[in-house]
Design a protein around this ligand. Structure first.
Ligand code: DGJ
Length: 558
């Protein structure tokens, strides 16, 4: 049947208006969507929170292996991040990959990374591998790496040339900064709506091995000049040149100041474009050996002994973070103590991925840590044993994934409590010794390890002093947050926690009033599952599996 012209025109107009209406409605909806605030690190009374989309967020991170920063490798990254139950992927972007030819930039990997992160529902922390990667320039483009004239290496004490670049040259800094700022401009252009990228790390493990500082004529001349005002103020020292003011520490402090100023300059330029929280990671100085000489560890990096130098030199760096590969709980905990400060939020920027490292999430959270980011999580088949796991597949991920499964539903709840209330957390020491939590004047708690779920180990009829199988390898921990005066949120694994009366309640009888097992829903509401009582609480709360409780404590008059 032939349509009349009017009908046909009417149909076209209707169709056209429908075609136009859809994008207009979409545009209106887009316009109406509230702008998500840019991530920020906030501080309140010496406590910190990383704000993401305007609310505290706990980074349950996984860092990919170094060479997984290409689109082809991403397919092997996402399944590991999923098994890990991570909410954040930490991934390098290298100067050599974005500016292979000077002045020509390629951000195709960043595009793929951000797109796929959104598809996988995780956030990103991006690491800039530039002038420094494990102190060396291996990730700088070829046109930088080989050009000692334009991008000078530093001079060792014996006059030989170091592998590392000197932080004293504007040419190097400006070239690095230009590429870094281009990266930030690109992130801003594609991500200021969704905020998939939540934090940045300009450079990776800065410093130098084999020397305490640059010993070139240029460096010597600067060292003979007065120490900058900001540093004198920080250390409350009278004016003088570097040796006069800092004596035996002068070389290391000078190098730390030089690197911190260099990276701060770059970070400031990035923040002027798009002010994401920015941190630097540290290759560690042995926390149990203060005599260790600079150069035998990465001298000039943000090691614990120069945190104050960094605080004075680098106001655009939000926090300094340890890379924890220290075998041994004493050493691990000592480092956490050094980096959890009133002026420095604790973030475990890297940790080994051996199973025994997983438990340190508890003591990180107990020090109000804003996140935990073990290293080497992808299924590319690579393992960095002996630093990390011998495994490179799901067996490597599981010990961390089990604990992240416990904390993932708390990714908003825990950091809010950490900022606004009080938190405690302990990890099983290598010697399995018991720990006490001082929960204030009213309550305390004892945490013990290698327990059965009932009774005492020595009751084992078959084997006196028999412990649960596998418990000789430390894996436990407990994290506690105060919900109200008498109520606590308790998360644990492979541990027993026994609450008791504190000094203010010493004259009274103690009772576990109510122990609820449950979980938090997506909106952050507590969902009650069941009450634990009887055998399940008579010998403390025993975490044979990762579990979450709300515990109410009470007393009775004696
Ligand atoms: C610390 C570095 O920051 C990482 O990139 C990596 O090289 C590990 N060490 C070792 O696997």
């Amino acid at each position: 049947m032939r349509q009349s012209t009017a009908k046909r025109i009417g149909g076209v107009v209707l169709a056209l208006s429908m075609v136009l209406a859809a994008p207009m409605a979409q545009a209106a909806a887009k316009k109406a969507a509230p702008v998500k605030p840019i991530p920020a690190l906030v501080q309140k009374d010496g406590k910190f929170a990383l704000m993401v989309d305007g609310a505290p967020f706990l980074i349950l991170g996984g860092q990919a292996n170094n060479s997984s920063n290409y689109p082809a490798a991403l397919k092997d990254v996402w399944p590991a991040i999923k098994d890990l139950n991570a909410n954040t992927l930490v991934m390098p972007v290298a100067w050599e990959q974005v500016e292979p030819v000077e002045g020509t930039f390629d951000f195709s990997f960043v595009d793929a990374l951000i797109k796929e992160a959104r598809q996988n529902n995780v956030r990103l922390v991006i690491l800039w591998f530039g002038t420094w990667k494990n102190t060396g320039p291996s990730y700088t483009p070829s046109w930088v790496k080989g050009d000692n004239k334009r991008f000078p290496r530093l001079t060792n004490k014996d006059g030989t040339l170091s592998y590392a670049l000197s932080p004293l040259y504007e040419t190097t800094r400006e070239a690095d900064k230009r590429a870094y700022v281009k990266l930030i401009e690109h992130i801003k252009a594609i991500d200021s709506g969704q905020r998939t990228v939540i934090m940045l790390q300009p450079q990776n493990e800065v410093g130098v091995y084999g020397a305490a500082r640059d010993h070139s004529a240029k460096a010597n001349a600067i060292m003979a000049q007065p120490v900058p005002e900001a540093l004198l103020r920080k250390f409350n020292k009278p004016a003088g040149n570097w040796n006069e003011v800092f004596g035996k520490d002068a070389d290391e402090f000078f190098h730390a100041w030089s690197i911190a100023s260099y990276v701060d300059n770059i970070a400031a330029a990035g923040k002027a474009v798009y002010p994401l929280p920015t941190y630097m990671n540290a290759a560690l100085k042995d926390p149990l050996n203060p005599e260790q000489a600079p150069g035998s560890y990465a001298s000039g990096g943000p090691t614990y002994n120069v945190i104050d130098v960094y605080k004075a030199a680098a106001p655009h760096i939000d926090l300094l973070a340890p890379d924890l590969y220290s075998p041994g709980s004493q050493s691990y905990e000592a480092t956490l103590n050094f980096y959890a400060r009133k002026d420095n939020a604790l973030f475990v920027a890297e940790s080994g991925n051996r199973p025994t490292y997983a438990r340190f999430i508890f003591s990180t959270l107990g020090r109000q840590g804003i996140g935990f980011d073990p290293f080497g999580f992808d299924y590319t088949g690579y393992s960095n044993f002996p630093l990390g796991s011998t495994q490179s597949g799901p067996e490597m991920v599981k010990p961390f994934g089990d604990l992240y499964e416990l904390f993932r539903p708390l990714e908003r709840v825990w950091p809010k409590l950490s900022l606004e209330s009080q938190v405690w957390g302990v990890s099983e020491p290598d010697d399995h010794s018991a720990q006490t939590l001082d929960l204030g004047p009213n309550w305390n708690a004892k945490v013990t390890y290698r327990q059965w779920q009932f009774g005492m180990p020595e009751w084992d009829p078959e084997n006196k002093n028999g412990y649960p199988e596998g418990s000789e390898i430390p894996s436990g921990g407990v994290a506690v947050a105060k919900l109200s005066d008498n109520e606590f949120l308790v998360a644990g694994y492979h541990a027993r926690i026994s609450f008791g009366a504190g000094s203010a309640n010493a004259a009274k009888g103690f009772i576990l009033d109510r122990v609820e097992e449950g979980h938090y829903d997506a909106k952050g509401n507590w969902v009650f599952e069941r009450v634990w009582n009887g055998d399940q609480t008579d010998y403390g709360l025993n975490f044979a599996q990762p579990r979450l409780f709300k515990v109410r404590l009470a007393t009775f008059e004696k």
